[in-house]
Design a protein around this ligand. Structure first.
Ligand code: BGC
Length: 419
């Protein structure tokens, strides 16, 4: 089959058509309803035991942010007038041994990082300190201060943590490090923290979305915020490439939407498709960030792509192959952006079926922030779904680094204490 015919077939397989749009939104709503009423559903709809903040919360807190290979510790001051200041912040890198070893290794490491941070910022460990913990994985909660890990995602597999309360695990590790007065008092998913942080300063914010290594969203229901865990949505048509990826993944059958949208998987999909079209194999190190460079390449002969491929030891790529690679990246990222828009549209219309009010969506994550044209494609798809006028009621607001701030605000709901 000629290349252009094969490319056309692939583009068709990854297309999200107008018909798909209506069906996916209907299925999304139906899965949301089932999840809320505790029936079997790919959307877990996990109660967060957190409400939207008032903006008057005050105090000083330690905040932790764990969700990818970076782990951050921060000291934050909430000023009570919708303003927060960062008193200190430090990033630590998790190594493979922390992510794939035992839970004890992981949480002892984290507690060690907290100790290092407190020493560095001369925070008196003899005093009482409350920690707000953003933990970006699916958790079952019964109160604000507990979170039972349902399952790891995004390549994490530290042993003996699934089914356990991660707050208890971390508090035990803090004790072991001699931090007897430093305790986790509140835990939240990153979407929840992002929504809370944004709505601390902007009352109209009612959805928190992450489009990064993983993907997910939350919104307020009547009683409290619900963590949708939309990455696990599975009422979507899979291409043969999705099936292969799913089969090769750490969690086959789970996180189907995440495997089509998020940064952890976009590069893998591109490589799988490229294998069928391009002579040279694209190496494993080729990730979403590289796809973005290829898509942004408007140089004659796609010389930036050539330079990039050379870094991956593909020394004499043909122009026709570079062109194909650019098209493959566009096909895969366009589907990802369109599906992201559909998921956002589903959540907003769950809150406001006629889209009659204004909605601010706090969005964070590397794919949304950095991938060439990703946010533009989401916005274009929202216009396609709702028409220009109604779509203008949805404002996507890039909310960077909000998840740690949100953790501190949530901790404030439990009790304040100065350093
Ligand atoms: C996790 C979610 C998280 C999302 C974004 C997913 O893999 O299941 O809990 O919110 O990644 O970090």
């Amino acid at each position: 089959m000629p290349d252009n015919k094969r490319l056309k077939n692939i583009a068709d397989a990854f297309d999200v058509s107008r018909q798909d749009i209506g069906r996916i939104i209907r299925d999304f709503h139906s899965e949301m309803r089932k999840g809320l009423s505790r029936r079997k559903s790919s959307l877990k709809m996990l109660p967060a035991y957190v409400k939207k903040p008032k903006g008057t919360e005050r105090g000083e807190f330690l905040a932790l942010d764990l969700g990818g290979t970076n782990f951050r510790v921060l000291a934050l001051r909430l000023k009570g007038k919708r303003r927060i200041s960062v008193l200190g912040s430090k990033k630590f890198i998790l190594k493979k041994k922390h992510i794939t070893g035992t839970g004890k290794t992981l949480f002892d490491f984290i507690a060690g990082c907290i100790k290092t941070f407190m020493d560095e910022y001369k925070i008196d460990t003899g005093q009482k300190h409350n920690i707000g913990f953003t933990f970006s994985f699916p958790m079952k909660k019964r109160r604000i201060s507990s979170g039972i890990l349902l399952r790891w995602t995004k390549g994490f597999k530290a042993g003996a943590v699934e089914g356990k309360d991660v707050v208890e695990l971390l508090n035990e590790s803090l004790e072991r490090k001699g931090l007897h007065n430093t305790k986790v008092v509140a835990i939240a998913n990153d979407t929840v923290s992002t929504l809370v942080a944004k709505s601390y300063e902007d009352k109209t914010c009612d959805v928190g979305v992450i489009l990064g290594t993983g993907t997910n969203a939350c919104y307020p229901e009547k009683q409290m915020i619900i963590n949708i865990e939309w990455g696990n949505f599975n009422k979507i048509r899979l291409t043969p490439y999705d099936r292969t990826l799913n089969h090769l993944s750490q969690n086959p059958g789970e996180q189907i939407l995440e495997k089509m949208i998020s940064g952890m998987y976009l590069g893998v999909l591109t490589r799988l498709v490229a294998r069928d079209l391009i002579r040279e194999a694209i190496p494993e190190a080729f990730k979403a960030e590289h796809m973005s460079i290829v898509e942004a390449d408007t140089s004659k002969n796609l010389s930036h792509t050539d330079k990039l491929l050379k870094k991956f030891r593909i020394r004499d790529s043909k122009y026709s192959d570079r062109k194909l690679l650019k098209k493959i990246c566009a096909i895969i990222s366009t589907r990802a952006a369109r599906l992201s828009a559909l998921a956002i549209a589903s959540v907003v219309t769950k809150i406001d079926p006629r889209l009659s009010g204004k909605h601010t969506i706090a969005v964070d994550g590397s794919v949304y922030e950095k991938y060439t044209g990703f946010s533009r494609r989401i916005k274009a798809t929202l216009k396609e779904i709702f028409g220009n006028k109604k779509a203008a009621n949805i404002r996507l607001s890039l909310t960077k680094d909000a998840s740690a701030k949100g953790a501190a605000i949530i901790a404030a709901a439990v009790g304040a204490r100065s350093f």
